[in-house]
Design a protein around this ligand. Sequence first.
Ligand SMILES: Cc1cc2nc3c(=O)[nH]c(=O)nc-3n(C[C@H](O)[C@H](O)[C@H](O)COP(=O)(O)OP(=O)(O)OC[C@H]3O[C@@H](n4cnc5c(N)ncnc54)[C@H](O)[C@@H]3O)c2cc1C
Length: 550
Amino acid sequence: MPPDWDFEADVVVVGFGAAGACAALEAAAAGRSVLILDRFCGGGATALSGGVVYAGGGTAQQRAAGVTDTPAAMLGYLRTEVGDAVPEATLREFCDGSAAMLAWLEGHGVPFEGSLCPDKTSYPTNRHFLYYSGSELSAADASGPDSGTGPPAPRGHRTLGRGTSGGLLYARLAAAVRGAGVRGAGVRVLTQTAARHLVTDPADPAGRVTGVQCSSLRRAPGWVRLAHRVVHRLSVKPYLYLPKLGRVLHRPAGWLERRYARPLRIAARHGVVLAAGGFAASRPMMRAHAPNARGGLPLATPGDDGSGIGLGTEIGGATAFLDRVSVWRFLSPPPALLGGVLVDRAGQRICDESRYGAALGDAIVRHGGRAWLLVDARTRAEARRQVRRSTLWFQRLQAWYLLSLGAVRAPTVAGVAARAGVDPGGLAATLAACNAAARDPAVPDPAGKPAAVRRPQDQPPYYLIDVSVRPRLFYPAPVLTLGGLVVSPQTGQVLRPDGRPVAGLYAAGRTAAGLCSRSYVSGLSLADCVFSGRRAGHHAATEGVTLRRT
Ligand SMILES: Cc1cc2nc3c(=O)[nH]c(=O)nc-3n(C[C@H](O)[C@H](O)[C@H](O)COP(=O)(O)OP(=O)(O)OC[C@H]3O[C@@H](n4cnc5c(N)ncnc54)[C@H](O)[C@@H]3O)c2cc1C
């Protein structure tokens, strides 16, 4: 190793979440030495996540649940969500290999199970681990049997663990990575080491990436490393629910880094994979790219500061879909609320209420961010009865808000509209059309809601529940960034604005634009992390040329 480098490896992976772990596993499987570095101790948003992986085409769990699914049906549905985010061939490759990808995860110790959830929900309870995690039911109903979307199939595979099971998913991947190191492929993890800049070869006209310039607490006193670890760990959960408090709690971590971190240079003989998460924690980037998501709750850790994307753009990488930010507005659980009618201030219908929460959030943002759900006394009573059996603790707070604090009530439709500040004439007309469709399945619902979910809302008193995208303690609107660096669909290599690849540089997960960049359904981000992480790790290991030493 030349004297000006502190470490070297064939493949250097920046960020130890799902995408980084999968990249490392593939690079190690190709026989390369791998060095993973993480600003904190690894885990990222992956470890906080619900652990839902979108998979189908006939997974072992779907078969165990008696579900019929094919890669073609999965492709048919996902095409409507993914759109132009990736080329058709890439989407097809993802769907064709989906069942095998889930088996690959299982092979690395991540458990799944085929217990099918009977309700349409934002997240199943601890009794169920397979569910309709997108808008599959609505899409199938709206487009009809001959649409090519095939029979709707549940594809949300929740990692088999209690509570939000992303922690288990990450723990198993991290153990597999460390195991790969033990088995001799040479995987090393440098924690508390942040990538600050990429190093390029000045003698190479293509500006090949040859390493990473870092700042690291490796040589800091023990108490500094401990304090940094503890501060980060204690602030990530508060950051999810009360971002302002989380930011304050996290501040000492930044101070410790500024005061004690020392420069470190890591050479990458074959390639660098950027897998450092998204940018929901960067206020300047959010202001610049997603002003409509203001008031949302960053679905992220303080590590999602856009630094991974910044590393790529600094040396000429292009970005895409940075303005695509998923804002979640789940109405279910309790599932009875899907029978309600979602309207804007003019009383106009916003969209089919049974669609996935990110689709609802997207539609609400397009209607100016204000929205109300109209339900009648019968629907509300049914929803109240469902709360206990259909929710986990974090959903219970939301359900409680929707059924109490968040609603105004009146004996008539005009009265409830006046109380909420919604146009009474518009609301009455919208409700009449929805009720006609709910009473007679032959009458099409104006927003295409499936017949099975339609319910007439005609039993007074009426309630208008405020489901606007606004800062709310009990009903926050989680926000996930979806865009990132543009990468080659074949290799995961970072591309310049003119389409030429940046030699030696790859990106994956939420640092890159990928499968979920146009529209998110539950599980598609983690699925993309696995898909794009494996692709980047494999190609960085097998395609790169050896670092030229002068
Ligand atoms: C509460 C919650 C629930 C979710 N549920 C789901 C779900 O069920 N299914 C789903 O598909 N998606 C879900 N998501 C989204 C999903 O978890 C993330 O999109 C995904 O985990 C991103 O993975 P990643 O590997 O790209 O980044 P991360 O998992 O965030 O990992 C990035 C890592 O990079 C490190 N890092 C950052 N900057 C640097 C730097 N400069 N140098 C070195 N290291 C750096 C960070 O410390 C971090 O460890 C959820 C997210 C949250 C927060």
